[in-house]
Design a protein around this ligand. Structure first.
Ligand SMILES: Cc1ncc(COP(=O)(O)O)c(C=O)c1O
Length: 405
């Protein structure tokens, strides 16, 4: 067996299952879950209609093998979206590639980029730099590529951003890949241009690749949409996007996590190698999904509506919780990342037992690195259910926190 498999840790939801194994939730309350970050708003009809129509297409449907690069019409549709959203003009043949959601692409991209034989010393494997807390795939992708993760903590004093200056040069010298998550999961933090500039300088100096995970980019609460990685590069005159790839998907933007559709875009040299990898890996997107994706990327009305639903929900829930928890409206995303008194796992377990509400302990989303776990004493609440259910959960949490004081 591949020895790196043994380095994979239990996924947070498995750890949650173990944590709750001996808990009996209070039957006086209906269960409400703020645990899993799965979008639950309705899938727009225009996407379902395009999907059904494509299944019955006599020229395609399910009867053809799709090409790994996708059909030109999909790449053109994504190109138009990048133009509308960020003002970017990408070459749709060389700088854009469809993927089956960001999860598989994040994982596969590390396998494409990392060269485990390139080491500064024989006993020092390459590093993949990740935020902490982080989307768990980054760590698994690092291990399976033969690298080690190096975690940079999210700092509440910097709007939950990372202090990149705290990373020593000998770490950057071993770094082959850096995962950025903006807007962040679980913090919702959007990385500002000054931080991008810093990372581009470091990438130029040390030669590492930046993979920017941007799948929450369309769920934001203020007027200005989150800055994207390619947008930041273009603003700084880096129009070749050297060593930079963004990854995003329709899952959250269009409420289709089950469709598995997204794309990567950026440096054409990286795209070319990634396309080669994917051809062998066998990760082409079904032409039916491609047709539905074109309908989704070409439409913004449903995205505005989706955003409004989240805005209304956060406007109701955040002030309620702020009464008893250290929590504030994030830049973007659909999570509240709250500080709690005492252990986050005790909080989650007791909340389930007394009020039948599920939240995710923050320590499950982070690793202890250099002496501390930046997720400890925090909880993540995913506001994915309908507003009434989220408000009900918030009211129970308020009662719970008051009862513990
Ligand atoms: C930060 C982050 N990246 C990537 C993903 C994967 O999403 P998808 O594969 O549906 O694009 C998720 C899903 O929750 C996420 O939270």
């Amino acid at each position: 067996m591949n020895p790196n498999l043994s380095r994979l840790q239990a996924y947070p939801f498995e750890r949650l299952r173990q944590l709750f194994a001996t808990v009996t939730p209070n039957p006086a309350y209906a269960p409400v879950s703020l645990g899993i970050g799965e979008p639950r708003h309705a899938t727009p009809a225009l996407i379902k209609d395009a999907y059904c129509k494509a299944i019955n297409d006599p020229q395609g449907g399910l009867a053809v093998y799709p090409a790994t690069a996708g059909v030109p019409a999909l790449r053109a549709s994504i190109g138009r979206w990048l133009q509308r959203r960020y003002g970017l003009e990408l070459n749709t043949n060389t700088q854009i590639l469809p993927v089956n959601g960001t999860r598989e692409a994040l994982f596969a991209f590390a396998q494409t980029v990392v060269d485990p034989s390139r080491r500064v010393a024989p006993d020092l494997p390459p590093l993949v730099v990740c935020p902490n807390p982080f989307y768990q795939i980054y760590e698994g992708a690092a291990f399976l590529s033969g690298a080690q993760p190096y975690f940079v903590p999210s700092d509440p004093a910097r709007n939950f951003g990372q202090d990149w200056d705290s990373v020593p040069d000998d770490v950057w010298a071993r770094t082959q890949l850096l995962f950025v998550c903006s807007p962040g999961n679980p913090t919702g933090a959007v990385m500002p241009l000054t931080e991008w500039e810093k990372l581009f300088d470091l990438s130029d100096r040390f030669g590492f690749v930046i993979a920017s995970d941007e799948c929450y980019s369309e769920i934001y609460f203020r007027e200005e949409p989150p800055l994207g990685g390619l947008e930041a590069a273009a603003r700084l005159g880096r129009t070749d996007f050297k060593n930079l790839l963004i990854l995003t998907s329709l899952s959250k933007r269009s409420n289709v996590p089950g469709m598995r559709s997204g794309f990567v875009a950026g440096d054409d040299a990286l795209i070319q190698q990634f396309l080669l990898y994917r051809t062998y890996h066998g990760s082409a997107m079904s032409t039916v999904v491609q047709a539905a994706s074109i309908a989704a990327w070409d439409d913004e009305a449903h995205v505005r509506d989706n955003r409004e639903q989240y805005r209304a929900k956060f406007a109701r829930v955040t002030p309620l919780l702020a009464e008893v928890l250290d929590v504030a409206l994030p830049d973007a995303g659909f999570y509240l990342w709250a500080k709690v008194k005492g252990s986050d796992t005790d909080f989650a377990r007791d909340l389930l037992a007394l009020y039948n509400v599920t939240v995710l302990p923050g320590s499950f989303l982070a690793r202890e690195a250099r002496g501390f776990n930046p997720g400890a004493n925090r909880i993540r609440m995913a506001l994915v259910a309908e507003t009434a259910e989220c408000v009900e959960a918030a009211e129970r949490i308020v009662q719970f926190v008051k009862s513990r004081a």
